[in-house]
Design a protein around this ligand. Structure first.
Ligand code: PEP
Ligand code: MN
Length: 357
């Protein structure tokens, strides 16, 4: 349940509520106090509370509103917040603000290399990504690779190039953070922090992204074989730790079939829009692992209601140090940006019309 605290609460009223919560919740239960839409909220699992305790809580002076939520994830749930969250990316003087999510926002296109390979590669790709019409630049400086013998990324050096690319193009940048200790450093360079699939349940990292990222938006990729509920609970960790700016990214899940790298779960988009107010974007690059499938799955993602796409782009995909097989060229990116705009118009006209005769 989520308890919204009155705006002008006295310290006695506040401590009365706390004493009551201590009494009714056992010592092993977590009660989390955080800010949500500029209001203080207290969140707890109410499943073990009896009716008497629930009534006593709702009658406290400090309490403005109590929302009972049936799911384990609470702050991210539609039951708590019915309108879709729109997340503002970057207001710094070096980059243009972009909005992701919300009800009337056009889908955003994020493009760039899987990995930052060199200054030259990143800067020239950034210029090409901007010219293709994408609004955000991606590029991994820290790469979680399956084998320790593969290119691991340029690390901090890569972050410097990302900053330079932002200054050059005005595009906000997104890059991955892999360790809790690195959250603050990466947040100094990046406009959006990416938490990769392999780290979706790295709880100290989720907590760090909630606490230490200066409220930078966090794009949380779905775990390799994570259920929707596990994914939303991972998002709940970030939000309950103090950062409401979470964007979910569907990037395909493991399947038995090896024809595609992953199984892109497009059904999760409308489902997530029912379950959560958080924006949902789709990564058809990792979702398919094959560049020839990326344009079609990009269109399909927009048709299914995605708030945006994240695409791997390389000027010479066959020589990419990472994920070349699924990378498209800047020219292909330009077509996808155009098709995304058209698909969005089509989707708007479908939702605004009643086709029943
Ligand atoms: C990536 O975006 O390059 C990446 C490593 O993605 P994922 O975590 O989805 O595998
Ligand atoms: Mn990649």
């Amino acid at each position: 349940m989520i308890i919204t605290i009155q705006n002008q609460v006295s310290s006695e009223e506040r401590s009365q509520l706390e004493t009551l919560l201590d009494q009714v919740t056992g010592s092993h239960r977590q009660t989390i106090s955080t800010m949500m839409d500029e209001r203080e909220v207290i969140v707890l699992d109410e499943s073990q509370l009896d009716t008497q305790a629930l009534v006593a809580i709702s009658q406290q002076h400090a309490v403005e509103r109590v929302v009972h939520i049936k799911t384990q994830y609470q702050l991210v749930s539609k039951a708590f917040k019915t309108e879709r969250s729109s997340i503002r990316v970057s207001d710094t003087k070096n980059s243009q603000a972009v909005i992701i999510g919300g009800s009337d926002t056009a889908p955003v296109v994020i493009g760039g290399p899987c990995a930052v390979e060199s200054r030259e590669q990143l800067l020239s790709t950034a210029v090409a990504v901007k010219a293709a019409g994408a609004q955000i630049l991606r590029g991994g400086a820290f790469k979680p690779r399956t084998s320790p013998y593969q290119f691991q990324g340029l690390g901090i050096e890569g972050l410097h190039y990302l900053k330079e690319a932002r200054e050059l193009t005005g595009l906000p940048v997104i890059t991955e953070v892999m360790e809790p200790e690195m959250v603050e450093i990466v947040a100094e360079y990046a406009d959006i922090l990416q938490i990769g699939s392999r780290n979706m349940q790295n709880f100290p990292l989720l907590y760090g992204a909630g606490r230490n990222s200066f409220h930078r938006p966090v794009m949380l990729k779905r775990g390799l074989s994570a259920t929707i509920e596990e994914w939303l609970l991972a998002a709940e960790y970030i939000v309950s730790a103090g950062n409401p700016n979470v964007i979910l990214c569907e990037r395909g899940i493991r399947s038995f079939d090896t024809q595609t790298r992953n199984l892109l779960d497009l059904a999760c988009i409308p489902l997530l829009h029912d379950l959560t107010h958080l924006p949902v974007i789709v990564d058809p690059s990792h979702g398919t692992g094959r560049r020839e499938l990326v344009p079609t799955m990009s269109r399909a993602a927009i048709a299914a209601g995605a708030d945006g796409l994240i695409l791997e782009v390389h000027q010479d995909p066959n020589s990419a140090l990472c994920d070349g097989r699924q990378s498209i060229t800047p020219g292909q990116l330009q077509s996808i940006v155009r098709e995304t705009q058209i698909m969005n118009q089509v989707m708007e006209s479908i939702t605004n019309h009643s086709w029943v005769a």
